[in-house]
Design a protein around this ligand. Sequence first.
Ligand code: NAD
Ligand code: UFG
Length: 330
Amino acid sequence: MNILVTGGLGFIGSHTVVELTANNHEVIIVDNLSNSKIEVLDKLHQITGRRPAFHQIDVTDETQVEDIFLTHKIDGVIHFAGLKAVGESVSKPLEYYYNNLVSTMVLSKLCLKYDVGKFVFSSSATVYGDQPSPLKEEMALQKTTNPYGETKAISERILTDVSQANEGFSVSLLRYFNPVGAHESGLIGEDPHGIPNNLMPFVTKVAKGKLEGLSVFGNDYETVDGTGVRDYIHVMDLAEGHVKAIEKLSSGVNIYNLGTGRGISVLELVKAFMQVNHVEVPYEIVERRPGDVAICFADAGKAEEELGWKAKRSLEDMVRDAWKFEVNNS
Ligand code: NAD
Ligand code: UFG
């Protein structure tokens, strides 16, 4: 297939481009580089031996996106492009609603106009709100605690309504849990601007000595050791999930959790990181972070049953590959 990948130079998009190419799909990347670097294109070339088509455009700009639909024959869209910092979305709600919702509307509108019937969307486990894990696709969604989360819930709704109104337009809403790690080459990985908000990139920067110490947000949750529990998933497993999702897309609206089904605590992750990589990660316990839930992990059964996809990589793989990328790229 010829697949338009929006946000294809970002963290999850770039790893998915590697897997799509390995499975003989032609990839057309669009990205405005607001949270990625053009050098990723060279790295993708180095890893796959093929240079994907790339256009530096903004996916909220309908004229620019329409040019792509006119220039390339497109069979499907995987829409990663979006703003994703939860805290920033609280202080800049309009930027988040505009970027994340207009992009989804522009792309789905052009898919209808140019008869593109396959659409895969990056959603998030955040749409479940604070419900008991394991989280299942059929659970009712809860109001999220921040504008970022709302953009995911509203985009899901928009795509569902568009699909229900247009028989040939099928969508897959992929609810990611906590993507971490990097491609095993160490050439591409997670490279956030500024001080990372998320646990794994923070840990790698502390281990490298770029940040002084990790603050562990709370140790009084009802969990194995009191620290927050999440479903960390290797980004290459996630990438493989996207290939299956677009190749096996059934008609209508399809919703899948992409997680491992296993919860890991903050301290379990930090200890595995130190043990596997033989590095120190100094940490201290601080207050809980507002808005955090205690436990969040997937029921990953539906994706396995319907897509034949299952996360294969271990926590050791995740911490080793995340560290390899940090060491290679600093
Ligand atoms: P990322 O920031 O690394 O990648 C997003 C890419 O989209 C970046 O390269 C950025 O430059 C580009 N982009 C943003 N707005 C754009 C626009 N208007 N036009 C063109 N390009 C634009 O983020 P990621 O971690 O790879 O996340 C990809 C998607 O998955 C996002 O939609 C994110 O919300 C979602 N998601 C991520 C996580 C996570 O923990 N990383 C969890 C759940 C969902
Ligand atoms: N944590 C720390 N210290 C840090 C950073 C995080 O202790 O410096 C803890 C958090 O309290 C939480 C766990 O590490 O218990 C994971 O936190 P992250 O910020 O890495 O991830 P979240 O689960 O909060 O959120 C992530 C994405 C969201 C997405 C959500 C659900 O950042 O975009 O998963 O998919 F919505």
